[in-house]
Every structure is written in C-alpha cells, then in structure tokens.
Design a protein around this ligand. Structure first.
Ligand code: F6P
Length: 472
C-alpha cells in the first residue's frame, strides 16, 4: 500500500528553489517514513506538455510531475484558484474576481490531473489530496472508477456558508468535496463552517461528523497541522550559531529584534503590523534606536493585481516609517523581498526577541509554531499572534491580538519587548510542550488513521447506508 499525495506544487528533492508556505513542510514530513508518490504540477509552463508525468525516485518516495500550459496556468492557478477561491475562503468576498473561463480552466486541469493520476494509482493505494486547487479531484477519480480511500485536507481557512455561497457555482466546486471519504480542516471553526454549508446544500448529518449529500457520504474533521518540533528546535539551536545569524545580530549593536516572515499576501496583515509598529514608535520615544523590525517577505503570485498592489503599499509604508523615525545610523524597519531556507530562518527566530504574526485570516500559520519551537526555553522570545490565525486556537501563551486594533498591537509590542524573563518562560513552556505532542507526524498519522476508519467500520457504513440510503 502506498500513500499518493497530490498537491498543486511538488517540492522536488533536488530543486534549488525553496517554496514558501506550510503545505510543502507538512507534506514532506508526511512522506518521510512512508512509501509513496507525490504528484502535482512541476512549476513549469510548456506549450507542449508531455503526455505522461515525469517521474523520479528517491528512496521509497516517487515524484511525478506534469507541466501546465499557459492557459492552464492563467485560468486554473492565477484565475480560479487564486482570484476566486483564495479570497472567498479567506473571507475577502470584495477581492473575488470570478470568471466562467477561469472556472472551466480549473475543472479542465482537475480532470487532467485525474487522467494522469489514473495511470499511477494502484488498487490498494491511499490517496491524499491537498488544498483548494484540487477540490473536484475526487469526483474526477470516482468518475474514472477509482474506489480507493481518498482524503482531502484544506490548508487554508474555510469561511462561513454565507461567504462560501458568494462563489458562483459553489455547489459544483465546494459541493464536490463530498466525493472524498474524509475532508480535513485546520480548526474546528473551519470544519463547522463547512458542515453548516453542507447542511444548507441539503446534506443530512449523521453521527461522528458524517454528512450525506447527492448519494455520497463524507466525514469532516479538524486536524491542526503541526511542524517537526523536535527537529526544528535542534536546527534552530545550531543555526543560531551560523555566520548568517551572527551577522544579523552583530548588525543590531545590542538592539532588540522584532521579526516577521510572510509571503507577500494581503491575507497576512503586513500593513496592519507596520501601522502598529509605527504607532509603537510614536508612543514610545524611549524605544527608538533600541529596536529593529526585520520583515522578510518573499514575493508571491505577482501576476495577480492585488498581490502587486500590496507589494507597492508595503514598500511605501515602510519608506514612510523609516523616513519619519529613522536616523542616519538607525533604520527602524528592514525589509527583504526574498525567501530564506527554513534553517536560516530558524536561527533568526531564535535570535529574535519578538515575532509579529498578524494575519487577517490564516489557515494555521506555521511561522508562529516554528518561532515557538526555535526559542531557547531558558530565555525565550515572545510571540504576538493574531486571533485570526488557526494557530491561535493552540498557542494560548502568545500575546493574542486583533490585527485591526492598531493601538492594541502597538501595546503588545511594548509588552513583549519589556516582558520579564519569568513570564516569557511561563508562557513559552506549555506552548512548546503542546507542539512536541502535536507535531506534524501526529497530524499525518491522525488524518490517515481517520481516513482508514472511514473504510474499516463496515457496521457504521451499513448503518449510514440504511439511515441515508446512500451508496458506499
Ligand atoms: O498554504 C496555502 C498555499 O496556497 C499552499 O498551497 C502553497 O504551497 C502556498 O500557499 C504558497 O502558494 P503558491 O503555491 O501559490 O506560491
């Protein structure tokens, strides 16, 4: 039995490019101790995509990738996935740009993925599909006669039903998730939002978060994604001694370091945190020249207007803050538009006094978890975390803020910078213990065993069949 992972992007083992985002981290870890195949887009655009996937193997894991055509890339990736689904699922109906052409491109690529996967899947394989790019994939595979257990995990938030229903033809896209045996979400809130959506679509709810709709039954669950906590803590310890981190620390001349790392995305609340840092400097003149805010922000989805626009706004605001408070020998905000390796970042997390994680909406936010894991438990830094990140449901030792309240975030920055060591330790220790217990291995194990259970309880299946009159 193999685990077939399917996601839009595949992190090929020899690739030099580091992909930003939690999905890659989680999937890599899920495949570490399993025999499997990771299938998806190669990241390449080609006018003549090959008829079969390119395949390479490393140990027990195979990587099968296909290219997309320019039309696929525009309609499926830039279009429907990132101009329609992404904003809607992040509660940003105002940014949704739906088009029928994009939706049909999205369906076409999902059907193409299914054709290619159909050549790879064996009868006893378990298939685990990841993220919003591939919602209709199970329906496509079922249409090709595939009866394997197929699970889906949504890495990003799931908005409440009123918002989901603003997506034109939502039934066809979101409703297709019932073709999975198990649909996983980051938090109970996300799961419940989707459960309520299914009920509004006419689904009947059974026991144990089971829903039946259109002759299909599916189970919903909350599986908060974790990190490789123990490994990450060790990596951070070593990375903190690297030349890269020492140079940063030396350049600070004893100042405190506030750190932020995010893809350049409107959902991340980068403008909100900058406004808060601006207010903090305004209200606390004694902190000027004693603290530096380092924001690392790899560019993302640059062909989409809103992403280019947020890039311009962030640069302009940073220029204003630096112009307003900066001195010839002190730059309040350092801004870097590139991605660093996870190892390099681990060292910076450990060196940082404060992490500012202020998304307006985020599925989980692994930066928050990585920051906690990277700290020296004897002298940890302080996490400032948005209540709208999935991670806030677990990391209650953080200073939890509403990013829309500038004054409160500014006050939290001051509180974090001035927090006594005892309090920092008291807040940090339980969070670290939680992350040790709920690491990424625990996440993939619990998802996969829940997926297995959907098939291994014939009594329950019979019961549901009798109750709902649904097909298995
Ligand atoms: O976590 C959400 C997500 O869309 C992942 O699917 C993806 O790996 C990451 O963000 C980065 O986005 P993109 O692949 O569009 O660069």
């Amino acid at each position: 039995m193999r685990l077939i992972i399917v996601s839009n992007r595949v992190a090929l083992p020899d690739a030099r490019k580091t992909f930003a985002g939690g999905l890659t981290v989680a999937v890599k870890a899920a495949l570490r101790d399993r025999a499997g195949v990771w299938f998806g887009w190669s990241g390449e655009i080609s006018e003549h995509p090959t008829a079969t996937p390119r395949y390479l193997e490393r140990g027990r894991v195979g990587y099968a990738v296909i290219d997309l055509s320019e039309a696929d890339y525009q309609e499926y990736y830039n279009g429907f996935a990132n101009r329609a689904l992404w904003p809607v699922l992040h509660y940003r109906v105002d940014l949704q740009e739906y088009s029928r052409a994009d939706q049909s491109g999205y369906m076409r690529v999902n059907s193409h993925f299914a054709d290619q996967l159909d050549k790879i899947i064996e009868e006893d394989d378990v298939v685990w599909v990841h993220d919003y790019h591939l919602m209709p994939l199970a329906r496509e595979l079922r249409a090709r006669g595939r009866t394997n257990p197929i699970g889906f995990f949504l890495h990003i938030p799931c908005a409440p039903p009123d918002i989901l229903q603003t997506l034109p033809n939502h039934e066809e896209i979101l409703g297709s998730l019932v073709h999975y045996d198990l649909v996983g979400f980051q938090t109970e809130n996300d799961r419940d939002n989707f459960g309520r959506y299914l009920i509004l679509q006419g689904a009947r709810q059974g026991r144990g978060e089971t829903y039946a709709l259109d002759g299909r039954q599916t189970r919903l669950g909350a599986f908060p994604v974790g990190i490789e906590t123990a490994v990450y803590a060790r990596v951070a310890r070593n990375a903190a001694r690297s030349r890269f981190v020492r140079e940063i620390v030396d350049s600070l001349n004893g100042q405190k370091l506030v750190f932020g790392v995010d893809r350049l995305d409107y959902s991340k609340g980068i403008l909100h945190r900058l406004n808060a840092f601006d207010r903090f400097l305004e209200l606390n003149p004694d902190w000027r020249q004693r603290v530096t805010f380092l924001q690392v922000t790899p560019k993302s989805r640059e062909e989409i207007h809103e992403y280019a626009a947020i890039g311009d706004e962030v640069s302009t605001l940073i220029g204003k803050i630096n112009g307003r408070f900066g001195e010839a020998a002190w730059t309040p905000v350092r801004y870097v538009n590139r991605s660093y390796s996870r190892t390099a970042l681990a060292g910076v997390y450990r060196a940082a006094d404060v992490a500012l994680v202020t998304p307006l909406r985020d599925g989980m936010n692994l930066v928050a978890k990585e920051f906690v894991a990277a700290q020296d438990p004897e002298d940890p830094g302080v996490l400032i975390l948005s209540q709208f990140a999935g991670a806030a449901a677990e990391l209650d030792g953080a200073l939890i803020i509403n990013p829309h309240e500038v004054e409160a975030v500014a006050a939290a920055i001051k509180q974090a910078l001035e927090m006594p060591r005892d309090e920092r330790r008291e807040r940090h220790a339980p969070m670290l213990a939680h992350l040790m217990d709920h690491d990424v291995e625990n996440w993939s194990d619990s998802f996969l065993s829940a997926l297995g259970e959907t098939r291994q309880r014939p009594g329950l299946m019979e019961g549901l069949r009798a109750m709902f009159g649904v097909s298995a």
